[in-house]
Design a protein around this ligand. Structure first.
Ligand code: HAM
Length: 422
């Protein structure tokens, strides 16, 4: 068989799998609908500066992972590495900057030039939500609750929610100083990347995945002590709201998230089946500043990786339901019958009945084999004799019913009744 794989870090999603994707997306749409979220579709590429400004030039995503290209007009464009910045660009067309609340969700492909691994792709897919325009700890808790509700509905049990606060921008300076003082005495033991992070983005040392760095970071001082009472009471209210909803969580001060727009609440969901390093979903509250704007958009949201949700579903044994409707097979004997059946198949499809038929001159045996291959529950058969009499034969493929002959004008109603069990 020819072996023609797609580019590294991408995948073809064949029908059996894409059926599961659709079910997952439909569940998301339903659950997010309970919270009054509606879909917003934005382009798959944006002007590069949307991500540079929005996500932060010092982040790994922007520095190392973006698929950036110039179009024929010399504009720098980037395949979206995440959804939030583009969604916020679109929401600038609403009154979101003046505090009008917007609730939107999105799903689709995202692109990051990461080293492919299990659950890590270069084209991956996210289901995400953004609640923009308002600031409230209860909104943060509601957003987390919606994520946990969704995970519950898709059968992902046993997930762990980790929670932290980044404080506001004014808190971060003194907290960063505290961290810098601590890490400066461990510089020699940190990995190469963390030594760069030390001068560029000290927070990222906290969630380095290298074992040595992790051990050192675990001993870092509690930088929450540098946060203002307002920031701390904001965080308390998020925690209290989650407690009220009986949503378990673990405070993890090493959770800082890889995108620079976060303030206050940050959270991630992991699952033992994927390992603690591989988040199924992540999000938080953000202040996002876009090019040409002097005012940041306030929001809270999350995104879950569809591939990772599926890996988790597999691990916990969620069985996908097979909701494919099996097609009726239309079999013909002779050229004239085939042409008439071509029309009959069209009529059946317009009546909402899935149909498959053989377009070439094939024996009845071969057509029956095809019907089996398509798992057709019923076969409609017409040859010259049926044409002459204005009839068609209906044959059940499970052998439980005798085949029967009907006037061709009754076939639509008859098939409808058989398929709907009447
Ligand atoms: P993120 O943590 O970068 O956040 O990505 C969210 C989720 O996307 C991850 O938890 C993971 O499931 C999935 N993901 C990320 N990278 C990959 C990859 N290379 N392969 C497979 N799955 C991946 C964001 O993107 C934020 N925009 C979330 C957000 C929304 N924050 C506020 N609003």
């Amino acid at each position: 068989m020819a072996n023609s794989p797609p580019p590294p870090g991408t995948a073809d999603i064949f029908p059996e799998e894409s059926r599961r994707w659709r079910q997952l997306e439909q569940t998301a749409v339903r659950v997010f609908g309970y919270y009054n979220y509606e879909e917003l579709r934005t382009p798959i590429f944006e002007n590069t500066e949307i991500f540079q400004r929005g996500i932060g030039v010092e982040t790994e995503v922007v520095q190392k992972e973006m698929y950036t290209f110039h179009d024929r007009g010399g504009r720098s464009l980037t395949l979206r590495p995440e959804g939030t910045a583009g969604i916020m660009r679109a929401l600038l067309n609403t009154d979101v900057l003046n505090g009008t609340e917007q609730r939107v969700f999105y799903y689709g492909p995202m692109f990051r030039g990461e080293r492919p691994a299990a659950g890590r792709r270069r084209q991956f897919h996210q289901i995400g939500v953004e609640n923009a325009g308002r600031v409230s700890p209860e909104l943060d808790a509601e957003c987390i609750a919606m994520l946990m509700h969704f995970l519950d509905e898709i059968g992902v049990t046993g997930a762990e929610l980790r929670l932290n606060t980044r404080g506001i921008a004014a808190d971060q300076e003194s907290a960063a100083t505290l961290l810098r003082n601590f890490f400066s005495s461990h510089l020699d033991s940190l990995c190469q990347d963390c030594r760069i992070r030390f001068s560029q983005n000290i927070w990222r040392i906290l969630d380095c995945k290298q074992d040595d760095c992790k051990q050192i970071a675990a001993c870092a001082p509690n930088y929450h002590s540098c946060f203002t009472p307002d920031s701390l009471s904001y965080f308390d209210r998020v925690r209290q709201s989650l407690d009220m909803l009986n949503i378990p969580f673990r405070i993890d001060r090493q959770l800082v998230r890889g995108l620079d727009y976060y303030v206050h609440t940050v959270f991630e969901v992991t699952h033992p089946a994927l390992g603690a390093q591989t988040a199924v979903a992540g999000g938080g509250r953000y202040d996002l500043l876009l090019p040409g704007q002097s005012k940041a958009i306030h929001g809270v949201g999350f995104a879950a990786g569809i591939e990772r949700l599926m890996l988790t579903q597999d691990a916990v044994g969620v069985v996908a339901q097979n909701d494919k409707r099996r097609p009726v097979y239309v079999a013909s004997l002779g050229e004239r019958a085939r042409m008439e059946n071509f029309k009959l198949a069209n009529d059946l499809r317009h009546a909402g009945i899935p149909v498959i038929m053989e377009m070439e001159d094939k024996s009845m045996r071969s057509q029956m084999r095809s019907a089996n291959r398509f798992h057709s529950p019923w076969v409609i058969i017409r040859g010259d004799e049926e044409l002459m009499r204005g009839t068609a034969i209906i044959k059940s493929m499970d052998g439980q019913q005798e085949q029967s002959v009907h006037p061709v004008d009754d076939i639509l109603d008859r098939m409808d009744a058989l398929l709907n069990g009447n």
